[in-house]
Design a protein around this ligand. Structure first.
Ligand code: CP3
Length: 344
């Protein structure tokens, strides 16, 4: 199979396929016993990310088990802040902890954007290995966090329910906030370009906290930075599709799709698939939407909701996926139930 015949790439070029290709956010993760075993051997989560042997292995695990149409590079969106000089640790059971950027002084301590390569270079090696080890029909997806979402972690130093620390800095010190957004945007562009040079065939930009931006700032901080990244990638690699995930964007999904210049849009669980089929899918490939809770529940609800989404998007280009990452309490057998509902 030639590269251009891969199902995910065909869908992202706008082709409607009889059966949608499928992959899952967080498909390499704690719900899989083989992931937990490799994770144990690797030590910490960051040791796993920065070891190309282990990171390649966990990326391949869900491909071997389920035959997904795409593999997503195993890494994390918080490696970019680390490359910019933030101290980063993952506290077991609690999530990430970072040193914070809350004023002009903190900002001046950050490294320049191109310093990011020094830290993340093992990730490029993982991408190179994956591009030679994946089955020929499987598409390799690279990724990064969107600048706003990455900024929320750099400012708060951890995950927060409402991104209040980032919003506070945005309102009270625009100069520092904008400088931070610019620095992240530059570093993210360099990081994604290198992933593509190493063999990533698609890149996805995760704006997991787009829904926390005040609506009036959505264009400035969710769309404009993505336009900069997309333009820089297109200038060098015009054929590499880019998927955007403005999670929680609500009605702003329309502006995002119209303006960001992306080839595919990932839909969170709150989006009505019929609305998205009418409003977004005529313009580009849609992906996502299945409630990850169904991967815990299984049964008829999983089957009927899966078919509901396949049916809603049957009129245009579609990649089946969840509306957010699969959770650690999901039953691996439910993935087979979902695949059967999609593929028959
Ligand atoms: O399979 C894949 O999807 C690829 C790998 C991947 C991970 N993180 C691995 C991971 C990807 C694409 C991400 C993206 C990511 N990381 C996002 C955006 C997507 C989203 O979920 O909204 C965000 C916000 C992060 C930041 C992050 N990483 C948090 C908040 C946490 C802690 C919460 C948690 O789920 O534990 C992580 C850790 C993380 N990243 C894990 C994995 C598999 C779990 C770590 C472990 O094994 O202990």
């Amino acid at each position: 199979m030639t590269q251009s015949n891969k199902t995910i790439l065909r869908a992202l070029r706008g082709e409607k396929l009889a059966t949608p290709p499928v992959w899952m956010m967080r498909q390499a993760g704690r719900y899989l016993p083989e992931y937990r075993a490799t994770r144990q051997t690797a030590g910490s989560f960051l040791d796993l990310c920065y070891n190309p042997d282990f990171a390649t292995e966990v990326t391949l695990q869900p491909i071997r088990r389920y035959g997904f149409d795409a593999a997503i590079l195993f890494a994390d969106i918080l490696l970019v802040p680390q490359g910019l000089g933030a101290d980063l640790t993952f506290v077991q059971g609690e999530g990430p902890r970072l040193s914070t950027v809350q004023n002009a002084d903190d900002f001046t301590k950050l490294k320049p954007a191109d310093a990011v390569h020094e830290t993340v270079s093992p990730i490029y090696e993982t991408v190179r290995r994956l591009s030679s080890e994946l089955p020929p029909e499987t598409t390799l997806i690279g990724f990064a966090g969107a600048p706003w979402t990455v900024a929320t972690y750099m400012i708060a130093g951890r995950g927060t329910p409402d991104q209040a620390p980032a919003r506070r800095l945005m309102y009270s010190d625009r100069t520092t906030f904008d400088a931070l957004m610019d620095r992240i945007t530059e570093a993210t562009t360099l990081y994604l370009l290198k992933q593509i040079e190493a063999g990533a065939e698609v890149v996805k930009i995760f704006d997991s906290w787009a829904g926390a931006l005040p609506g009036g700032e959505f264009h400035r901080y969710a769309i404009a930075p993505v336009i900069r990244i997309v333009d820089a990638i297109r200038a060098k690699h015009p054929d590499v599709p880019i998927i955007g995930f403005p999670r929680g964007a609500g009605g702003s999904y329309v502006d995002y799709v119209n303006e960001a210049g992306i080839s595919g849009v990932a839909l969170d669980t709150s989006v009505n698939p019929d609305w998205a089929a009418r409003t977004l899918q005529p313009k580009l490939c849609v992906q996502g939407n299945l409630d990850p809770l169904l991967m815990v529940l299984g049964g008829d609800a999983l089957t009927s909701q899966t078919k509901r989404i396949v049916e809603a998007f049957s009129g245009g280009p579609h990649i089946f996926n969840l509306g957010h990452g699969i959770t650690p309490d999901a039953d691996p057998a439910n993935v087979d139930v979902m695949l059967k509902a999609i593929r028959g």
